[in-house]
Design a protein around this ligand. Structure first.
Ligand code: NAP
Length: 292
């Protein structure tokens, strides 16, 4: 594989940042990768894990000579981070993020972009319930979509960035921020909210029942606990920053739930079976699309 960016700086070497470092190095897409972690204990851990070529706790120093800067921190931290690092970036360098919401990212980062920086917001549709540097792995993005939101950036810079993400194993797709936030509200944010709610309900049960829920947890509840174990800060920021689309999808969801509630109360078997057959088809299409 050929080098696409000579020097890469990754700010926030957690699950996503560490996986980018490993995937880029696996494919030889960069001559050197610098990781920045403000917490010095975590910086030591990153060094020990050998995830990057250089580790620093200084974001400004990390970006100074980088050709590509990746901000892989919770979405609520992106605005202040951009304000800090953009003035230190070299002209012509590319800035991207990995945030799970996009309208808020444009709102928070756009004001800090200067004319000579190529700002290409993005979002890899890949993740696990784990967080932190040790959770990263090179295969995380293999076969997964990576959504790219080109702004007022030369087309050749966007194409170059796309070849970087495809080099890491992803499938690149362009999308605008409004559409992104709607799609993700339904496919990712709402399922997480439901998982947090169900597991929260179990936590509130009286203690004997709660113990048995945990002891006899079958695949349904167990799967929800996996999703509900996702990073609290990251998900707090997602809901606060995609509130509009999440609330809209939640409203639709509540209506559909009431429909099911009524069907169960009135013993309307056909309605239940029809819906469950339709949803089974969706699962088949996801498997056929290689995204299971
Ligand atoms: P993570 O494992 O928790 O890592 C986040 C990193 O950001 C950590 O190194 C953390 O350092 C650092 N950080 C936190 N607050 C910061 C701040 N105010 N300033 C500078 N650094 C800060 O999270 P992640 O899963 O990699 O997520 C990173 C980004 O990718 C988020 O925007 C998330 O929405 C997005 N994303 C996540 C997933 C997923 O499934 N996890 C999927 C796609 C996209 P400390 O640990 O020291 O706080």
């Amino acid at each position: 594989m050929t080098i696409i960016y000579d020097k890469i700086a990754i700010i926030g070497v957690g699950l996503i940042g560490a996986s980018i470092a490993l995937a880029a190095r696996r494919a030889g897409l960069a001559a050197s990768v610098t990781g920045c972690e403000i917490d010095s204990a975590k910086a030591g851990e990153i060094e020990k894990l050998g995830l990057v070529d250089h580790v620093t706790t200084d974001a400004v120093a990390a970006v100074q000579d980088a050709d590509l800067v990746v901000m892989a921190v919770p979405v609520g931290a992106l605005g202040p981070l951009a304000a800090q690092i953009v003035p230190a970036m070299k002209p012509g360098a590319v800035l991207t993020d990995t945030g799970s919401t996009k309208r808020s990212v444009l709102r928070d980062v756009d004001p800090h972009i200067s004319g000579d920086i190529h700002w290409i917001p993005s979002h890899p549709l890949a993740g696990t319930e784990h967080s932190g540097p040790a959770a990263g792995f090179a295969e995380l993005f293999d076969g997964r979509y990576w959504l790219v939101l080109p702004r007022e950036v030369p087309e050749d810079e966007v194409v170059r960035f796309e070849s970087f993400v495809t080099g890491m194993g992803s499938v690149s797709e362009r999308m605008d921020a409004d559409y992104h936030d709607k799609v993700l509200a339904l496919t990712s944010h709402l399922p997480h909210l439901i998982a947090y709610t169900i597991v929260g309900t179990a936590v509130d049960l009286e203690s004997q029942l709660k113990n048995d829920v945990i002891r006899f947890s079958a695949s349904g509840f167990r799967d929800f606990t996996r999703i509900a174990a996702s990073d609290p800060v990251m998900w707090r920021d997602v809901f606060i920053n995609n509130d509009e689309a999440v609330l809209e999808m939640l409203q639709r969801f509540s209506e559909d739930l009431s429909y099911l509630q009524r069907a169960i109360r009135w013993g309307e078997k056909d309605k239940l079976e029809t819906l469950f057959s339709r949803t089974r088809e969706i699962r088949r299409s996801i498997i056929d699309a290689g995204q299971s």
